[in-house]
Write a protein of this length. Structure first.
Lengths: 365, 288
């Protein structure tokens, strides 16, 4: 059993608050991703859970046990560092077995567990090498192996893939997912890469300025972002977000251009309200080239000029001008388009989001 | 001649010039040492000859034989001096390195009030020439009754070396990524274990070089030692050199022979340790 609970967890350096009393409950065997821009407090939170950083207030429970003041070694956790933090003066075998050696494990037990971990990660052939003789991906694996060998209650990952190149990163991402399926431990994974968070996690915790903005399954934070920040952070390319004023069932943008108010928000806003209108690139597309082609009712048709196109093979990102700025749209089954060409665009208003301009909170009730 | 062959020729010529330059530089550096070794083997007449005799005519080990022949036969208590030097240098080096490790680690890893001023203060002590302190130190030691003792000189040398070892070892601990000690703590180490298992081995080469420097400083120091020691039971080798000066004569050959005896252990030690001064030991710890 290894649940993790954070209660009003706070970190301050002098007068500067880094983490402002966050609450979070993590279930046993759950894969949680802490995601947010740099400086949002996610790494500090992880380090507090690891015991590498003292907490200023609040409490941390691991497996129902309060661990606030316990040193890292008494928390039964493992951590994979962004820098891998392999011991350069030890071989891979010694790196993997280091924690067992410190714990005073028997030689046979140590050999067996190192063999198990290296088999899982495919490190068998390089056990006698030193970290300096390994490639980035191999080092990453050794770092994970070192974490597995301990058989911890909780795995902590601190941006483990950010030092790898794009291709290797995708590969290691899959390996981490497989690993979690195999070892069945609770995982807390810190990343600034929302794609990693989306693909790996059971639940995502989006943090900003030391606060939690939203906690939810990947699908939930993508489809029902609680705040304007989450809407802009999750999803690639990011959601189109533009301020507007409500005027008699219509949204009036800064340029004076108008769009009809999405039907689902009719009862949530009144004339004069300042809102932020959000529409994902998937929900705005050249007519006939979208995901929800046909079907759902609330589709608004409008003709817009194209500024730039970015072909990606099976789809093209089309930038169209509206309200004086570029709106990005995703065009499936693309046909060639020219800059400056005016095309008929479909805006799936049933998928639109509205946020309060002042608080940034969703207006969805 | 085409462009390529002239470029090749130029490169070769530069290579030759470079080697000649290096040879001259090395010669300049090595010549005094060589001259001392040579002088220890030649009669004083030849050493003092004007114009100088470059190629030795007469070579003998007389000076070395005489050195060990005991008082009255031109000998000096070289074994005692050697023992004093060894005890004083080794002890003060061990203490200076131990303090240097503790201090260097603290400066490299912890944040505390007045850190930079303390560090600057330590460095400023290096600006005071040791000889300027010899007279006050002499009076102080006389009052304390530690004049002409091993302990007194060890104390002075520790004070002399500690700022330097702290400064050097601080730099080496800074190069050991913080993550490693943290990883070790998560792997089950206490702070203390993390230091000895991970950070100490990685900073090892740096600590070894600090130790060499500290040892050589003590081994070769003359000014303070000549003021603070008097008797055979406390005098170090450099002070022992003065035994070769009489009222009207200086036995240059004997002095050079003793200098060689002094140089050999220092050279041997440096040679042994330099193999362990391999840089880049931490490569592979973190990304790359």
């Amino acid at each position: 059993m290894a649940t993790v609970s954070l209660r009003k967890l706070t970190k301050r350096y002098g007068n500067i608050g880094i983490v402002h009393g966050i609450d979070l409950d993590i279930a046993d065997r759950e894969f949680i991703a802490l995601v947010g821009p740099s400086g949002c407090g996610k790494s500090t939170t992880l380090r507090m859970i690891a015991g590498l950083e003292e907490i200023s207030a609040g409490s941390i429970e691991i497996g129902g046990r309060v661990v606030n003041d316990l040193p890292p070694r008494s928390r039964n956790i493992s951590m994979v560092f962004q820098s891998y933090a392999l011991y350069p003066h030890m071989t891979v075998r010694e790196n993997l077995g280091f924690s067992l050696k410190i714990a005073g494990a028997a030689k046979e037990d140590m050999d067996r567990r190192v063999a198990e971990a290296s088999a899982i990660l495919g490190l068998d052939t390089m056990l006698d090498r030193r970290p300096s003789q390994l490639s980035g991906g191999q080092r990453q694996r050794v770092a994970m192996g070192r974490a597995i060998v301990r058989d911890p209650d909780v795995f902590l990952f601190d941006e483990p893939l950010s030092n790898l190149d794009a291709k290797l990163r995708t590969q290691m991402r899959t390996e981490i997912k497989k690993l979690h399926a195999k070892v069945q431990s609770t995982v807390i994974y810190v990343t600034h890469d929302q794609v990693e968070a989306m693909t790996l996690a059971d639940r995502i915790v989006i943090m900003r300025d030391g606060h939690i903005e939203q906690v939810g399954a990947p699908d939930e934070v993508f489809r029902r972002p609680a705040t304007r920040f989450v809407a802009g952070f999750i999803g690639s390319p990011p959601m189109n977000l533009h301020e507007a004023t409500i005027d008699d069932g219509q949204m009036v943008f800064a340029s004076g251009e108008k769009l009809p108010l999405p039907g689902q928000f009719k009862s949530d806003v009144a004339t004069g309200d300042k809102v932020v209108f959000g529409l994902r690139p998937d929900d705005i597309y050249p007519t006939g080239h979208g995901i929800s082609s046909g079907g759902a009712g609330d589709v608004h048709q409008i003709e817009l000029p194209i500024t730039v196109t970015e072909p990606l093979g099976n789809e093209t990102l089309v930038f169209v001008e509206f309200n004086g700025t570029d709106w990005v749209s995703r065009m499936l089954n693309p046909r060639p388009l020219r800059s400056g060409e005016r095309v008929a665009m479909s805006l799936d208003m049933s998928q639109a989001h509205l946020f309060a301009a002042d608080t940034g909170k969703t207006l969805r009730s | 001649m085409d462009e390529n062959s002239s470029a090749r020729l130029k490169r070769r010529l530069l290579g030759i010039v470079y080697r000649i330059g290096l040879f001259l530089a090395m010669l300049t550096i090595c010549l005094p040492g060589l001259w001392i070794v040579l002088s220890s083997l030649r009669p004083t007449v030849e050493i003092m000859a004007k114009p100088p005799v470059w190629i030795p005519q007469e070579i003998s080990l007389d000076a070395y034989v005489a050195m060990f022949s005991g008082i009255g036969k031109g000998g000096i208590p070289v074994i005692e001096y050697f023992r004093n030097s060894l005890i004083i240098s080794v002890t003060s080096t061990i203490i200076a390195v131990a303090i240097g490790m503790a201090g260097g680690y603290a400066f490299a890893r912890y944040r505390f009030r007045g850190k930079s001023s303390v560090f600057l203060g330590l460095m400023l002590t290096r600006t005071v020439p040791g000889i300027a302190l010899s007279l006050p130190l002499f009076f102080l030691y006389v009052r304390l009754g530690i004049i002409d003792t091993h302990f007194g000189l060890i104390l002075a040398y520790v004070a002399l070396n500690v700022p330097f070892t702290i400064w050097l070892i601080d730099g080496f601990f800074r190069q050991v990524p913080k993550d490693l000690a943290e990883a070790a703590q998560i792997d089950g180490c206490t702070r203390w274990q993390a230091f000895w298992q991970v950070e100490f081995p990685l900073a090892g080469p740096g600590i070894a070089s600090a130790a060499i420097f500290a040892f050589l400083t003590c081994w070769n120091e003359f000014a303070l030692a000549s003021q603070l020691t008097r008797s055979v039971s406390a005098k170090t080798l450099p002070v022992g050199l003065l035994d070769y000066t009489a009222e009207f004569t200086i036995d240059w050959r004997g002095m050079c022979a003793l200098a060689v005896v002094m140089i050999i252990p220092a050279l041997t030690l440096t040679y042994i340790v330099q193999k362990h001064l391999v840089g880049g030991l931490t490569s592979g710890a973190v990304k790359g």
